[in-house]
Ligand binder design. Structure first.
Ligand code: CUA
Length: 478
């Protein structure tokens, strides 16, 4: 849609350029141009056509079709096309709504200008076209502008800018200002009830809005909830799947550990950069429960395009249950099972150095926390989907809503785990061809470690049987 409109604007501009060439050189060549304009619009191409003129005619004729073409293009803007997973045109929260409103203000203004300028142009081309006998008409004397027209145009330009500036500035203030004062129900005490047996919230914390720290990494996001005890230091961080309560404002603190990333959930809010050494923030709120799709929106290296994340919006009571579940340790693995063998491999193959598994291993701080990996609907920076995609599509069709979601599918998750760990761990497949990483440049197994000699790559190879056992172990981590 965007590209098609872009083309129309190019065509429109070409007509304007041609018209202005004619205006500035009211001399003999221009008479030829005007004669040509007549030919272009109302006659057929002669057999012996001069190629540049022929091109010019084609452009002009296409230009004539601009309006019906635009109507055709706009006919493609169906509701279904606008409600795809990552669409800013389908806002589901107040921040996204404000951003959408600013966009639409601009669109309406631009459309008015487009039809105004285009309309005048079409009128001029038709009204003042060359007619038989024009050659004897004296050429119009050149003028140097009309003060009324010029003042009018300047006023209209300033008016247009003000028309855009007022909603833009108020939207900037609105999105920057976390509404703890304006919306009392956003205070933690107003909606968050800790699970039975859990300690009550600190009094100072109860008066705040929910804060989530987002840490950008190459190429995934880590989420921490310091007020609720879900932090990396406490071994309870949440990778790649942001979980927030419905209808409650949430302050998002944005930090980056390496390069610049950008936080964006198109249907809820965006985008604000995560900058190393700088503190950024935004606030978000989702007004409907569901499974939303986020994306890093700033080029950040090899796998920028694969740096996705998800946002699960829950009812507040469900959110409290989720927080309690995040603090649970992993269940013990039955002795002698494939999973037990997988757990041994997890320690032996150095997975344990980067990944935390609560209750099993506690050394890993660098990579995503895996204590609940099997409960997450996506893997590898939300790039691989752990749901049954056929069932998911069917559900989206049925509900006409991309936020409705089926649960994790065990077989899909297992296949994803094997694909993800396997492709990162082996340099060649069974046929000797180089394997394609799920996420090029990712640090699984290739994590460069400093030793005395300098950089050294630690690289792990897995047999199919080992991969199977590892996957079986990870599947127990719910
Ligand atoms: Cu992170 Cu792009």
């Amino acid at each position: 849609m965007g590209i098609k409109l872009h083309k129309l604007f190019i065509i429109n501009n070409l007509i304007i350029i041609r018209a202005s060439v004619c205006r500035e050189k009211e001399t003999l060549p221009c008479l030829r141009w005007r004669g040509l304009a007549n030919d272009i619009l109302f006659t057929k191409f002669p057999a012996s056509e001069n190629p540049p003129f022929m091109f010019s005619r084609i452009i002009s004729r296409v230009g004539l079709f601009a309006v019906p073409l635009l109507a055709l293009v706009l006919a493609g803007c169906s509701k279904a096309a606008l409600t795809v997973r990552q669409s800013t045109l389908d806002p589901k929260g107040p921040v996204a709504q404000v951003q959408y409103d600013v966009f639409m203000d601009t669109v309406w203004l631009v459309l008015v200008l487009f039809f105004l300028v285009g309309g005048l142009l079409v009128y001029a081309v038709i009204r003042f076209r060359a007619r038989p006998g024009d050659d004897t008409t004296p050429i119009v004397e050149e003028g140097h502008g009309n003060p009324l027209v010029e003042i009018g145009l300047i006023t209209a330009s300033i008016g247009s800018l003000v028309f855009i500036a007022i909603p833009t500035l108020s939207a900037i203030w609105y999105t920057d200002d976390v509404p703890v004062e304006r919306v009392p129900k956003s205070k933690l005490a107003a909606w968050y009830a800790p699970a039975a047996g859990a300690p009550a919230l600190d009094k100072a914390v109860a008066e705040q809005v929910l804060e989530i720290d987002v840490i950008g990494k190459q190429w995934w996001f880590r989420f921490e909830y310091p007020q609720l005890g879900l932090t990396n230091d406490a071994k309870h961080s949440v990778p790649n799947e942001l979980v927030i309560p419905k209808g409650v404002a949430v302050r998002i603190n944005l930090r980056s550990e390496d390069v610049i990333h950008s936080f964006w959930i198109p249907k809820i809010a965006g985008k604000v950069d995560l900058m190393p050494g700088r503190k950024n923030h935004l606030w978000i709120q989702a007004d409907q429960v569901g499974h939303y799709y986020g994306q890093c929106a700033e080029f950040c290296g090899d796998s920028h395009a694969y740096m996705l994340f998800r946002c699960e919006v829950l009812e507040p009571a469900e959110f409290a249950k989720w927080v309690a579940a995040q603090k649970q340790d992993a269940a013990p693995v039955p002795a002698g099972s494939k999973a037990a063998r997988g757990k041994e491999l997890f320690a032996a193959k150095s997975c344990v150095m980067c990944h935390n598994v609560g209750g099993h291993f506690g050394a890993g701080m660098f990579g995503p926390d895996l204590t609940h990996v099997a409960s997450r609907k996506s893997l590898a920076g939300a790039w691989l989907d752990n749901r049954d995609l056929q069932k998911q599509r069917a559900l989206e069709q049925q509900t006409q809503n991309t936020e409705s979601s089926v649960e994790v599918d065990r077989a899909t998750l297992k296949a994803n785990l094997i694909k993800w760990i396997g492709s990162s761990g082996t340099s060649h497949d069974a046929n000797g061809k180089p394997t394609k990483d799920v996420k090029p440049g990712n640090r699984m197994h290739y994590y460069k470690m400093f030793n005395v000699a300098g950089l050294r790559e630690t690289k792990q190879e897995f047999t199919a049987e080992e991969l199977d056992c590892l996957a079986e172990y990870l599947l127990t981590l719910k």
